[in-house]
Design a protein around this ligand. Sequence first.
Ligand SMILES: [Zn+2]
Length: 533
Amino acid sequence: MALLALGLWVGAAACGGDGATPDDDAGDTSVAADTGGDEDVPGEDTALPLDTTAADSLVADTSAADTGPATLPDGPDVARLTQLLRDLSADEMEGRLTGTPSGDRAEAYIADFLAATGAEVRRQQATFPLFEVGTPTELAVVDADGAVLDGLAYFADYREVDFSGSGVGEGALVFAGYGIVAGTHDDYAGLDVTGKVVVALTDVPPGAGLSREVEGRLDQKIHAAAERGAVALVFVPAGSDASYDRERGVETELAATDKYGALHPELLAADLPVAFVHLDAVARLVGRTPDALVADPTPFDAERRVRLELRGTTHAHATCNNVFAIFPGTDERVGSEVVVLGAHYDHLGVGADGAIFNGASDNASGAAVALETAARLAESPAFEPARTLVVALWCAEEQGLWGSLTYTYYGEPLFPLADTRLMIQLDYIGGTEGPYLSNVDANNYLARFLGDETGAATLPVVPVDWGGECASDDCAFLYVSDVPAYRFMAPGENHHRPTDVFDNLDRPMIERIADVVIRGMGDLVTSKKRITP
Ligand SMILES: [Zn+2]
């Protein structure tokens, strides 16, 4: 869920942000890589127990070592990078849900690690609305005695709507069209849904003169159903939500917020469970296909009983911290220039079925490379920053870029955005496709970073032209400032699924990207040469 916060309207509910391309967020594509450094590395195949306080022990003490003429590192410490990947995606991190203890645990691990590099570590607090789903859950067609006739599978068939109420609702199933009551449009006219389970379409009916962003908002529909005594509400994706669900399937997420990602608690119902079903499961629940419901949205009694149980907590003002490592520039001419290397460290937490979203590729991979870059440069005697380097571990990306937007929009940046010459974002880099770099252009800071000032070199990445669009924390720079921002990405097939685990990572791909980032940042940040943008 990435672009909501800036009103960069992605659609009433459908989100899942950073999978791949901004427009459809699908179509993840790429090329596998050979890291070259794949000799046996101690500790690689032995799962060390997670001890967040041990993060700092991963950073070597190089003070005594006599290493001869100092050179900048040309790649990661693969054993340490691997341990970072393991630790951040471990079950003990419980999916790093920002604004909750699991998110705080990841934050502590990261801050400990960065402190051990010797860099100045800073935190910046972000505040945002958070829905934390709980267990158990059930959505089933039942008989008159409540016995299950057909139980739908959580995640595969249905999912919570973020900011759902908590409880169990069982009753006759009634289809209420689009579930909208606005002006003369009343989908509940003549319908008694007291004590019943309502099923309604998302979005708005075509040609009705209604707005998806106003009358079509899910929180408005929740309010209308709750006010009329419904005991549960189930949405069927329609309009752009349907195309999103058709394309992204189980990755689809819906949220009952406005287009800015803001919460309107007065419209929500604390005891009304609210879910949505993926398109393929609609006929099982309702007895009609999604297309048939859209073709004729006239309300009807579905002549069956349904039970929905969902548990969850709405945190209207959840908080989390961005964590920064700062390497101040010392050169009198370019020292005030700032380069930002960013990665979000949060993910989706635990599902209503208890499955952990480990988020190995999204985004333990990017966070690990950012941390390894900080450690690798900090421990190198040759690393004397001429420009200022800020390594930024963003929180709350999945909830709507709240961490990075706090840096560029809602709060204050650590350094003036006007002095920030380049932002490189690492997000979802553990797949087999790529490595991609978004929106590559003729910016000379980027060229220096990529080691391609002449423009003749073969780029170590595959440029993807998104026409300036974005889907991760780079948006917070691109849309709010003139800071040139680019995102590394190596998509795969486990986006926003519980299968996004350490063992499914393409580690040579991550190591290859780490090579590019560590070389590029080392060279760009230590260079005293003036660069025209
Ligand atoms: Zn991500």
